[in-house]
Write a protein that binds this ligand. Sequence first.
Ligand code: TYD
Ligand code: MG
Length: 460
Amino acid sequence: MKKPQRAFACTQCGAQHAKWSGQCSACEAWNSLTEEVVADAASSPRFQHYAGKAQEVTSLRDVSVENTPRTSSGMQELDRVLGGGLVAGSVILIGGDPGIGKSTLLLQALSLLSAKQAVLYVSGEESLQQISLRASRLELSAGDIQLFAETQVETILEKTKQLKPRLLVIDSIQTMHTQLLQSAPGSVGQVRDSAAQFVRFAKQTNTTLFLVGHVTKDGALAGPRVLEHMVDTVLYFEGERSGRLRLLRSIKNRFGAVNELGVFAMSGEGLREVTNPSAIFLSNTREKLPGSIIMATWEGTRPLLVEVQALVDQSNSGNPRRVTVGLEQNRLAMLLAVLNRHAGVACFDQDVFVNAVGGVRIVETAADLPLLIAVMSSLRQWCLPPDLLAFGEVGLAGEIRPVQNGQERLKEAAKQGFKFAIIPKANCPKKAPAGMQVMGIQRLSEVMDLLRERVVEPKN
Ligand code: TYD
Ligand code: MG
């Protein structure tokens, strides 16, 4: 008998190496190589193409552009993140921490969809009783959902071919294993080849496929990164486990925009959609406190109002701390330098902590101006009025640069009752929204005067 061939695969990029080493030479990740048995090359699904049927070469002009038909999942927020609904034959990978609500979300969506089309939920983690218990807790009309508790890829595909569902859920891909390989479920090879078989099946039969994926300790999808390349859409389900809010974010989408955000709240009866989330991160009773300001950030296709807080405190070490939560650390250091140089506010002997309240992550540059205002406000003990809003990018020359969708951000803030807005001059609308005073600025130095003269009220 031929001795099985062994190799070492990188759990990050999937590259194979003949020998073990501490670092993967392909992607330079450390401690990511694990041993596995190499399958017979010819039988491996890796060597068959994913697109399903063999294709002819076609000129782009001749490709018929029939509108990609989309099926609503019955949940608006899920549809929004997917780019307007489910596309037949598309493969969606959904990742998130354990217990965040991935199975709950999919079960709820399936229950709504099962009224319209045949759906199959394959669970490799929970027993049928556990799923049924959850369904009854969610008060779902789960009668039409076909359930299958199985982890063997070939068996699942055989059953699926008989049942012909329009939608297939695999919960989770890390529990699946294929006969083609001898390594344990969850190993790089198993995850990759199992996923490849499911993806090929989905493409061939035009079935919509949801793959649930585990995440690693640092929040990336576990298993090889190639998984992300194999699928059409990658969604992350995130949120603070102790809190109620859950955010569904698209990281990659071949059928829609990325960075689209869906907002849900976890309740006793499962996930509820939050359809107007612009103000969910604001507290109802807003006090005048130094070091806090509201900004309007842009998430996907809509504005979101978020509180940015700063605490500036005398530093006891020669190397003052710069700590950010939900904002970019390097950007803070850069902005403090700009603040010193162009507005004459020095923080070199101060520890600076900034926080985007509510566990939100803000990646856009529109947070620059509110961040600096919060820092100034904390440093000077200025109480800013609670109905003050700010957004804008700050350049290295101390200039305030415009951001995208300024008008929509203002409009949303006005709707939520904000009275003053400090924004980039270039973002100023011809006519301010009703009830709102808009102050456009061009230089960072103007902010100080503006705050001192117009908005700040003495701390009592
Ligand atoms: P689950 O969907 O099992 O998470 P995942 O599949 O991502 O691991 O999430 C279950 C969590 O949600 C669990 O901690 C309990 C909570 N939960 C509720 O608060 N309300 C509910 O109605 C349900 C079904 C779950
Ligand atoms: Mg689960």
